[in-house]
Write a protein that binds this ligand. Structure first.
Ligand code: IFM
Length: 451
């Protein structure tokens, strides 16, 4: 092994989520989710489109698994749509919904790919939203029962489980800013929702310890916060925003307490949670998943609580189609920060990738040099974290396929594989071919600059 190689057993994967790719949201007895309802509300989605068809993965999953093989990957991260398993969220299991995921994990198994299954990637059953959704304390129990049913059905073939994907995004854009489903804007509700998501996570991990034989963890979005100047106020703003974004969920889950700066930011809107909740929330975890896209540069502002800072766009620096700064060093920084703060837990980069305005396929090819460079530079940054002693066990590119980018609809393409939404044709982009070469060489190709 050379100094550039990644460790033996490193997982090389790609990631997706159910609502973003599956389509057929009501097929085979599935119950609608909050995203089904939200995307059908006029004005919510940039292009007015929904996840009704998406990448039609529900019907084409076998072909999509072949893409993973074509890329030479050894792992695949996907999510389970709760409402396919429990159409009403609780109570009656829908065997046909569970069967879809059984076929999917069987397919992965046959192909020798390691599955990482996420239980919740934002698609709460609508029936549960009607009962108060994540703001209802009972949500932890609903989620625990769903988790238990899925573990019982699939744990024999699923090596890695993630409870929640990006609870911060569910909480803040979903319940405070209102950009994502269910589209609420309520500070006190957001605090409750975040707390109940954490209780749900703890309940599911407990269920896993009773049922499961593999490994379970939590996936969060991380975004290093850098002060715009060296001034004390800007530095303090960066610390407060780090608590708000990066530590809100990890501190309680791994250390058993909320960051003091977060509680201060909420002020009187922060509820007095029952004693004992934090013991449920803090469960031993087998890994942490980090989703990394960019950093923020921040300035002090008398901003409305709880977001304590103003973001300063870094003009002159490269940005993706999401207007996110391309900042690969931030991935090393985020992973090293996890190692230092939380005692070097096993880590996976569970999402990393970029949207760019790709050209249409020409003769079976899509030229996407910016995404290729993004991948290369971020994989080198992941390797730098390994060199600093981070226990990094795998990397999942976001995303396998172009897909439904939530409120942006189909206007942003993150895929390694181009999807023609009219024909559902899949075309490997140049970045996918590059990633395949990186995987084949166990990383060596990252250092061969043939651009
Ligand atoms: O598409 C999303 C994904 O669902 C969650 N993490 C960020 C991605 C890009 O915005």
């Amino acid at each position: 092994m050379t100094e550039h190689a990644f460790p033996d057993g490193f997982l090389w994967g790609a990631a997706t989520s159910a609502y973003q790719i599956e389509g057929s949201p009501l097929a085979d007895g599935a119950g609608p989710s909050i995203w089904h309802a939200f995307s059908h509300e006029p004005g919510r989605i940039a292009d007015g489109l929904t996840g009704d068809l998406a990448c039609d993965h529900y019907r084409r999953y076998r072909d999509d698994l072949d893409l993973l093989v074509e890329l030479g990957l050894n792992a695949y991260r996907f999510s389970i749509n709760w409402g396919r398993v429990f159409p009403d969220g609780t109570g009656r299991v829908n065997p046909r919904g569970l069967d879809f995921y059984r076929r999917l994990v069987d397919g992965l198994h046959q192909l020798g790919l390691t599955p990482m299954a996420t239980l919740y990637h934002w698609d709460l059953p609508l029936a549960l939203q009607d009962r108060g959704g994540w703001a209802n304390r009972d949500a932890a129990g609903w989620f625990g029962d769903y988790a238990q049913a899925v573990f019982r059905a699939l744990d024999d073939r699923v090596a890695l489980w993630a409870t929640l994907n990006e609870p911060w995004v569910v909480t803040v854009p979903g319940h405070l800013y209102g950009d994502l489903a269910p589209g609420h804007r309520d500070l006190a509700e957001a605090a409750l929702v975040g707390h109940n998501l954490l209780r749900a996570h703890g309940t599911a991990v407990q269920a896993y310890r009773a049922e499961g034989r593999h490994r379970v963890g939590l996936v969060v979005n991380l975004e290093p916060q850098h002060p715009a100047t060296d001034g004390e106020r800007d530095r303090a703003a960066a610390v407060r925003r780090d608590a708000f974004i990066n530590r809100w969920f990890l501190d309680p889950a791994l250390l058993g307490h909320y960051p003091a700066e977060l509680i201060e930011g909420f002020g009187p809107a922060w509820p007095a949670f029952p004693e004992g909740d934090l013991a449920l929330i803090r469960q031993p975890l087998d890994f942490v998943g980090a989703n990394y896209y960019s950093r923020s540069v921040v300035r002090h502002a008398e901003a409305p609580a709880p977001d304590p800072a103003l973001r300063v766009r870094q003009a002159g620096r490269p940005h993706t189609a999401m207007d996110w700064e391309v900042y690969p060093e931030g991935l090393t920084e985020a992973l090293v920060a996890l190692k230092d703060r939380y005692g070097n837990p096993p880590l996976y980069v569970t999402e990393n990738g970029a949207a760019f305005p790709d050209p249409e396929p020409q003769n079976g090819r899509v030229a996407d040099p910016e995404r290729r460079a993004y991948l290369r530079d971020h994989l080198i940054a992941a390797h730098a974290a390994l060199a600093q002693g981070v226990d990094l066990r795998g990397y999942f590119a976001w995303s396998l396929l172009d897909n439904f980018e939530w409120a942006f609809g189909y206007t942003k393409r993150f895929g390694l594989v181009h999807v023609d939404y009219a024909t559902q044709a899949r075309t490997l982009k140049a970045s996918a071919r590059f990633y395949a070469e990186v995987v084949r060489s166990r990383g060596e190709a990252l250092w061969v600059d043939d651009r």
